[in-house]
Design a protein around this ligand. Structure first.
Ligand code: FES
Length: 131
């Protein structure tokens, strides 16, 4: 069966190390430029659905901006789950501390799933993605 590739974005519109969110057939995708090689992943984090394009891309690893879970953009594999908030050694006020402990207990129950990745190719200056 032939895959259907759709135009996602002009290759020149994503700098190396950059990410851009696009929508193809109603699916939210992030196209990543890893040193001139383009990868496409689902936009929503495998932890709690934050948009991954708001995070950072370092090599082939995207880090979610919300709780710092990491994914390999070449495979979609979850590499690490969320990390607890870092208060730089400060002790939060009691009410906030209780709230954060409660949130932390709930977050421990949330699994971080691997994310979908999609095949890409570049033709005539466009990054094409098979969704
Ligand atoms: S939503 Fe991405 S790490 Fe929590």
């Amino acid at each position: 069966m032939n895959k259907k590739f759709s135009r996602a974005i002009r290759a020149a519109d994503i700098a190396p190390g950059g990410m851009r969110a696009v929508e193809i057939d109603g699916r939210e995708i992030v196209v990543c430029n890893c040193a001139g090689t383009y990868h496409a992943i689902q936009r929503r984090c495998g932890h709690m659905n934050a948009p991954l394009d708001m995070g950072t891309l370092d090599g082939k690893i995207v880090t979610c901006a919300m709780h710092c879970a990491q994914f390999d953009v070449t495979s979609g594999e979850s590499l690490s789950g969320p990390v607890p908030a870092d208060f730089g050694g400060e002790i939060p006020p009691a009410g906030i501390g209780r709230f954060l402990r409660n949130v932390g207990m709930q977050m421990e129950q949330v699994r971080t799933e691997s994310i979908s990745r999609f095949e890409t190719k570049v033709e005539a200056g466009w990054v094409l993605v098979a969704v």
